[in-house]
Design a binder for this molecule. Structure first.
Ligand code: PLP
Ligand code: TYF
Length: 395
């Protein structure tokens, strides 16, 4: 009956993670999958989350409503837009709790497929691969706008603007506002303003995908692009709590649609609920309660903010340490990219062949594109990574 079913090649990043686990070498280093680990190499259980778990306990488990837990949704709105954003005051944001950031982008794609069908979808080149997959699953054709300037290891700003200008009016544009996956390079404030002008002039539909809020500069500054844009125009904002709550397996995220007015937001919320109903009915409760409890209590929220800051600071210090140790081994290898890229990832500029050598010879795992997850670095493994990096760079 299923004889014709094709084999699934697997997700390249998850497969790499499996190869890492199967690698018998004790000195191996995992810089592949986008998961934050602490100095000891462990996925942290945040103190605020643990306290929320103890506080919320385990009681009855009714279905959550389609749109999710009310306090959770309020928490999403305040975190993404701030307490004082005019769109919230005007009650024109429709927010649903989602199955992680993936679920948020998926519901956004389903919603757009129904209400804005037939548009072209533009995603950055390169991007998180699932952007193509999720919009294609919803029936869209996807294409790319230039983003990575290989020569300068920065944003190809002119190429990006030109592509957004030449795209058909009213295209769907997926933007990562902070800590871009996989490159680690973001638009600066001036570039954000210039891109916003083009997006508005072309009446493009913007889908912000914010999976790393708090890992760039701070929770508030990382959301500045989204907040400013949402003052001027409608847009969709997907956010993920996987990384900043260290709740990968609980599937916590949100989708917020900024609308023209409260009436429109009410109708959009109804359609988001319908999209959820048709897909999985309602979101999971345990993760929802944890996030709602942290965001809804001042003491836990303050503790969480400080724990996000600790993760961010550690990644920054690992970037600096790796740059220093590479420089100590060689003056010829440019390390500037490590210092001006932000968040969990760095595009190293290494080729697939160089990445293969680092993995096979040295047990240092990067993604084939040359993406390095800096959150996998720690004081114990940086010397080994620096040496491997310098050796393949000079070979
Ligand atoms: N969007 C981007 C840009 C990501 O990098 C990721 C995860 O790596 C996601 C969405 C998905 O997030 P989640 O794991 O919460 O589904
Ligand atoms: O970019 C990354 O590292 C993550 C990895 O179901 C990932 O997106 C891939 C597939 C998946 C969850 C995480």
């Amino acid at each position: 009956m299923f004889g014709q079913v094709e084999a699934f090649a697997g997700d390249p990043i998850l497969s790499l993670n499996d190869s890492f686990k199967a690698d018998p070498r004790s000195e191996k280093v995992n810089l592949s999958i986008g998961v934050y680990t602490d100095e000891k190499g462990r996925i942290p259980v945040l103190g605020a989350v643990k306290a929320a778990y103890e506080r919320s306990g385990f009681a009855e488990r009714p279905y959550l409503p389609m749109e999710g837990h009310a306090l959770y949704r309020e928490g999403v709105q305040k975190l993404v837009f701030s307490d004082t954003h005019p769109a919230l005051a005007e009650k024109r944001v429709a927010t649903v709790q989602t199955l992680g950031g993936t679920g948020a982008v998926g519901i956004a794609a389903d919603f757009l497929a129904k209400h804005c069908p037939g548009r072209t979808v533009l995603v950055s080149d390169p991007t998180w691969e699932n952007h193509h997959g999720l919009f294609q699953r919803a029936g869209f054709k996807t294409t790319t706008y230039p983003y990575w300037d290989r020569t300068n290891r920065s944003v190809d700003f002119d190429g990006m603007v030109k592509a957004l200008e030449t795209a058909e009016n009213g295209s769907i544009v997926v933007l990562q506002p902070v800590c871009h996956n996989p490159t680690g390079v973001d638009l600066d404030e001036r570039q954000q303003a210039a891109v916003s002008d083009v997006l508005l002039a072309k009446r493009h539909i913007v889908v912000f995908d914010m999976a790393y809020q708090g890992f760039g500069t701070s929770l508030d500054e990382d959301a500045a692009f989204v907040r400013r844009y949402a003052e001027h125009a409608s847009c969709l904002v997907a956010n993920s709590f996987s990384k900043n709550f260290s709740l990968y397996g609980e599937r916590c995220g949100g989708l917020s649609v900024v609308c023209r007015d409260a009436d429109e937001a009410e109708r959009v919320l109804g359609q988001l609920k319908l999209a959820v109903r048709r897909s999985y009915s309602s979101p999971p409760m345990t993760g929802g309660l944890l996030v709602a409890t942290v965001l809804g209590n001042d003491d836990l929220r303050a503790q969480w903010v400080s724990e996000v800051e600790t993760m961010r600071a550690r990644m920054d210090s690992m970037r600096r340490l790796l740059a220093e140790q590479i420089r100590a081994l060689s003056n010829e290898v440019d390390v500037g990219f490590l210092l001006h890229q932000r968040g969990m990832f760095s595009y190293t500029g290494l080729s697939t062949q160089q990445v293969d050598v680092m993995r096979e010879r040295d047990g240092v795992y990067l993604v084939g594109s040359g993406r390095m997850c800096v959150a996998g670095l720690n004081e114990a493994n940086v010397p080994k990574v620096a040496k491997s990096f310098v050796e393949v760079s000079q070979a």
